[in-house]
Structures are given as C-alpha cells and as structure tokens.
Design a protein around this ligand. Structure first.
Ligand SMILES: [Zn+2]
Length: 73
C-alpha cells in the first residue's frame, strides 16, 4: 500500500488581515490611536478627517498596504 504524505503548511491568517473602516465597510488602511480609544480608517476617510485626526490622535499606524502594496502574484 502506498502512502502519500501531504505536507500541509498552515499559514496563519490573522484577523488583522482585514479590518473594516469604522466609518464605512471598506478595508481600513490606518489605525489611529486616540486618548479615548482607537479607530480604523480606510484611506478615503482618513484623508477626509486627516486634519482632525493628526491634531487629536496619539499615533497613526499604517495597516498593510505599505508592505503589501508591491506584491507580484
Ligand atoms: Zn471609510
């Protein structure tokens, strides 16, 4: 009897792979930390509120996009 061993590599897909924007359902591109909590924004809503965000936020973190932008698949 022939036994075929299929090696399965389990790729860990983190939940952070897809974060919806808090203002719409688009993919969030920015995670913004405020003193009252954190919000995720798509690029559209980030740009829309950029002035306010950069003024009152503690930190702005770019989600994905930046590192995954040049993926050749
Ligand atoms: Zn949005």
């Amino acid at each position: 009897m022939e036994k075929t061993v299929v090696k399965k590599t389990r790729t860990q897909t983190t939940v952070r792979n897809f974060l919806p924007c808090d203002a719409c359902s688009a993919r969030a591109k920015f995670n913004v930390q405020f003193s009252f909590g954190e919000l995720d924004f798509c690029s559209h809503h980030f740009q829309l509120h950029e002035t306010v965000i950069t003024t009152i936020s503690i930190s702005v973190q770019s989600l994905g996009g930046a590192s995954n932008e040049t993926k050749a698949e």
